[in-house]
Ligand binder design. Structure first.
Ligand code: SAM
Ligand code: SF4
Length: 329
């Protein structure tokens, strides 16, 4: 079992396979995109499989593939298939914007993917365009339909943004009446790739929940699974569920079980830190697994207590302009 210096179990890896994306969500990256990583800067699939194999041996039980958009990376199913065969890996899952995903749903089901996080900030095609700067709403809805048809759990991730999509909160909750989806509302975080920093947010987890509670006064709290980052709820009679994620308020750091690897192979002990170890470079230098494992264990022992401390250190770097797509959200 892997433990950090605060006694927290680490068993969940989020692996970002690319920084590239076919959408341009304004809260994630600028309209012109990012300064994309070159092929050699990216970890190869072999390198990803290598590090995942080692980490699963060390105690990682769940891997989430994310990005950027996983499906814009060529042959992504090859990596997913290889990961699905890893001994000891209990759960393989992914986060996708759903634009290119529909044709792969059947294969995802075949390799044992049981749950997918689908990012969708609105149920209105015009607002979808305003937020993502691309006209792909119909493709995302098609992916949702395919996932449900194949009996794959769907968690809809919605970033709540003042003046942009707060009118979508209730319609998205309403979706849970007939569909067995989990509608999850996420506080906006300061990772839009433009160095925009916040002194706070208007729509935090308290106001988001209050908005929902007013429309659905009989909403009930349900038990939060171990390591859950969301506060979970259910509305009597609804097939789906509702979640609120305090991603900016960071109420969940005390039980954080997750680490991240960025598309360029940098280990992050926390979403809010600046990267703590260049795993790709170590692998390319030919460092043996035993030494790599030792280095990883040492690094997990330097984990900040929470996202506030991690952010404090990161902000000491004045040139820091991170996008969620390079972090692996
Ligand atoms: N492209 C895929 C997608 O959108 O699902 C995977 C990567 S995306 C970076 C992962 C998640 O991060 C998405 O659900 C997205 O909404 C969320 N995200 C991106 N920027 C964010 C921000 N500034 N604050 C909160 N969530 C953000
Ligand atoms: Fe792309 Fe996901 Fe970022 Fe939107 S949130 S720009 S879909 S990586």
């Amino acid at each position: 079992m892997l433990l950090d210096n605060h006694g927290r179990k680490i068993n969940y890896l989020r692996l970002a396979v690319t920084d590239r994306c076919n959408l341009r969500c304004f809260y994630c990256m600028p309209a012109e995109g990012l300064d994309w990583l070159s092929r050699t800067e990216l970890m190869s699939y072999e390198e990803m499989l290598h590090i995942c194999t080692l980490m699963v041996k060390m105690g990682i039980e769940k891997v989430r593939i994310t990005g950027g958009e996983p499906f814009v990376r060529k042959d992504i199913m090859q990596l997913l298939k290889a990961l699905s065969k890893l001994d000891g890996l209990k759960e393989l899952t992914l986060t996708t914007n759903g634009v290119l995903t529909a044709p792969y749903v059947e294969e995802l089901k075949q390799i044992g993917v049981r749950s997918v996080n689908l990012s969708l900030d609105t149920l209105d095609a015009n607002r979808f365009f305003a937020i993502t700067r691309r006209d792909e709403f119909a493709a995302v809805m098609e992916t949702m339909e395919q996932l449900l048809k194949h009996d794959i759990d769907v968690k809809i991730n919605t970033v709540v943004m003042a003046g942009k999509n707060t009118q979508d909160i209730i319609p998205l909750v309403e979706l849970t009446r007939q569909l067995p989806v989990s509608a999850r509302f996420i506080e906006e975080m300061p990772f839009n790739g433009e160095g925009h920093s916040y002194s706070g947010i208007v729509w935090d987890y308290v106001s988001i929940f209050e908005e929902i509670r007013q429309a659905f006064p009989d909403i009930q709290k349900t038990p939060d699974p171990q390591y859950s980052t969301s506060y979970n709820y259910q509305i009597p009679g609804h097939k789906g569920s509702v979640g609120v994620i305090a991603a900016y308020s960071r109420t969940f750091c005390g039980t954080c079980n997750r680490i991240r690897i960025t598309p360029q192979g940098i280990l992050k002990n926390c979403l809010y830190d600046d990267g703590v170890l260049n795993i790709k470079d170590l692998m390319r230098l030919g460092v043996k697994d035993a030494e790599l494992e030792e280095t990883l264990r040492r690094t997990f022992n330097t984990r900040e207590k929470d996202g506030w401390q991690a952010e404090q250190k990161r902000l000491e770097n004045p040139n820091f302009h991170e996008s969620m797509a390079t972090i692996g959200g």
